[in-house]
Ligand binder design. Sequence first.
Ligand SMILES: Nc1nc2c(ncn2[C@@H]2O[C@H](COP(=O)(O)OP(=O)(O)OP(=O)(O)O)[C@@H](O)[C@H]2O)c(=O)[nH]1
Length: 180
Amino acid sequence: MYGGLGPRRVDFKMKTLVIDGIKVRIQIWDTAGQERYQTITKQYYRRAQGIFLVYDITSERSFQHIMKWASDVDEYAPEKVQKILVGNKSDDVEKRQVATEQGVKLAKAYGMDFYETSAFTNNNITETFTRLAEQVLAANKKDLDLLRISLNDELNLTALEEEEGLCDSAGGEQHKACWC
Ligand SMILES: Nc1nc2c(ncn2[C@@H]2O[C@H](COP(=O)(O)OP(=O)(O)OP(=O)(O)O)[C@@H](O)[C@H]2O)c(=O)[nH]1
């Protein structure tokens, strides 16, 4: 859809990772950072389970923009979306404008993990994707566990109510026995 139709707005890729011995296939949507595409890219937040907030370590300006990205994510992404802050271009040491410590501090303030990566040397790329996938899986597992607990409670309650019903209809001595 993008070929010859001007600049791309959203790039899509699939990647398979092995996490705890389980093959996990992830869909990656790379949304454009440009202001004029933001109405389109915001629509992608709604179905996201994990989001990388990426800045360029050679651009102080891109780091300043993270606050805006983070507030958009808060506004448009599902509440339980997992987020990681990424400072890319770690290979470009001579042009660095954002210190690692600044990234660490911002990530801490947002309660996110933080990685510096290089798409050029591949530094920390797999680690970063694996970490986000792990966080998404953990968040889903937590939800499943909560669901399981509430289902169990529900089943126990139903069983108890059924038992009570039996006791009620049995009456007399047996009724008392049910509460022992
Ligand atoms: N040295 C270095 N250059 C990089 C790295 N990652 C991307 N670049 C270069 O940075 C430029 C911009 O890369 P893009 O991938 O188009 O950046 P983008 O953030 O997706 O741009 P938007 O589409 O505006 O969001 C390109 O020239 C890349 O080759 C990196 O890790 N190291």
